[in-house]
Design a protein around this ligand. Structure first.
Ligand code: PLP
Length: 377
């Protein structure tokens, strides 16, 4: 029997690039000019960058005047944090489930107070309210992501924003995972800055954006030429920006991503019956993300077993210097030993119901084989 085609359920790591984005990248590469050049080809490149800026800003309800393109979500987050620190915002309060891009930058900027989450992975706003009261004399900076990359849990950003605003602080929202999966309205969220990344919604890797509002005080972090109105030096990634805008245009229609929820939940029910915990199940979640945890089967062994069967997913854990660490996010959610047995499956624009069924079939078979090996040992 022919081996089935491999399936890709790792959209939260990188979504496969959309054909429309590939075409836009190719067209932009053919312009072959610098957007800062005054000649005709340069003006064509400039027009493309500015049209893309309008598209991306409109997508999140932000102003194109206050949106810069960056090298990705990491740089967008860093630009917000470093600007806030330079403008004297302190202390830094960072949710316990933020991406490393936020956590490590906040650490490098002198450290932060971790904002705890409950067992569903939702930020503890009671704690935040108390902490903001305790720092009344200063202007705090709070980082709360819109949706978590491992669990898909959606945070109560608008409620947090009201508190941060009352405390005269700055709320930064990492919307890298939420973009294209749920609606984003910069003003309704009450964000002061918001980070995006193209490769999570079917655009190319290496391009992202930071949008900000009137209360944010942006600094110049990267020095050099006067690109991005002097806010972020360096020749624009023309083809990346074009691909980003094309992916955004396709992401406006969320029907394919919203269809994932029912298929994801059907798969989750089968895994839960076999003893897996479904992280964040009790909270609002992105429609495409499934994070499971088991105490007796390490993440990396799960990933390898699934990969051998042609199913590509990721460990809900960070891998550094060859060692897989337990998921920081699940640890923050009090998962204990099961944090070392986390697995994330995430679908997207090209994922079908059959993909989710096969993922569950393969996981259940592999789990049985693992259990049999364990009992034989
Ligand atoms: N923030 C979140 C929530 C992410 O999931 C990621 C990527 O995994 C990033 C930031 C970093 O984005 P980039 O890979 O574009 O630097």
């Amino acid at each position: 029997m022919a081996r089935p085609e491999p399936i890709y359920l790792d959209y939260n790591a990188t979504a496969p690039i959309r054909p429309e984005a590939v075409e836009a990248v190719a067209r932009a590469l053919q312009i072959g000019a610098n957007p800062s050049s005054v000649h005709a080809a340069g003006r064509k490149a400039r027009a493309l960058v500015e049209a893309a800026r309008e598209t991306v800003a409109r997508f999140v309800g932000a102003s194109a005047q206050s949106l810069v393109f960056t090298s990705g979500g990491t740089e967008a987050n860093a630009l917000a944090i470093q600007s806030a620190v330079a403008a004297g915002f302190k202390p830094l309060i960072v949710s316990a489930v933020e991406h490393e891009a936020v956590v490590e930058t906040a650490k490098a900027c002198g450290g932060f107070d971790p904002l705890p989450v409950d067992k569903h992975g939702v930020a503890d706003l009671g704690w935040l309210e108390q902490r903001l009261k305790a720092v009344e004399a200063s202007r705090p900076f709070v980082a709360l992501m819109l949706a978590n990359n491992e669990t898909g849990v959606i945070q109560p950003v608008a409620e947090a924003a009201a508190m941060v605003r009352a405390a005269n602080g700055w709320l930064h929202v990492d919307a890298v995972q939420a973009a294209g999966k749920i609606d984003i309205d910069f003003n309704a969220l009450g964000a002061d800055s918001l980070a995006l990344s193209a490769h999570k919604l079917g655009g190319p890797q290496g391009v992202g954006a930071l949008a900000w509002g009137e209360r944010a005080v942006m600094s110049r972090v990267q020095h050099g030429g006067g690109q991005e109105r002097g806010r972020r030096a360096g020749t624009e990634n023309l083809s990346g920006i074009a691909g980003f805008a094309a992916a955004v245009e396709k992401s406006v229609d969320r029907s394919a991503i919203e269809a994932q929820a029912a298929w994801r939940d059907a798969a989750a029910a089968r895994l839960a019956e076999a003893g897996a915990s479904i992280a964040g199940e009790g909270a609002p979640r992105l429609p495409n993300t499934l994070c499971l945890a088991v105490a007796d089967w390490p993440s990396e062994l799960q990933v390898i077993a699934l990969d051998l069967a042609g199913v590509m997913v990721s460990a809900g854990a960070a891998c550094s210097s060859g060692k897989v660490k337990p998921s920081r996010v699940l640890e923050a959610m009090s998962y204990g030993a099961a944090a070392a047995g986390a697995l994330r499956a995430s679908g997207g624009w090209a994922t079908t119901e059959a993909d989710w069924i096969r993922f569950a079939d393969v996981w259940l078979e592999a789990r049985q084989r693992h259990a049999a090996r364990q009992s034989a040992a």
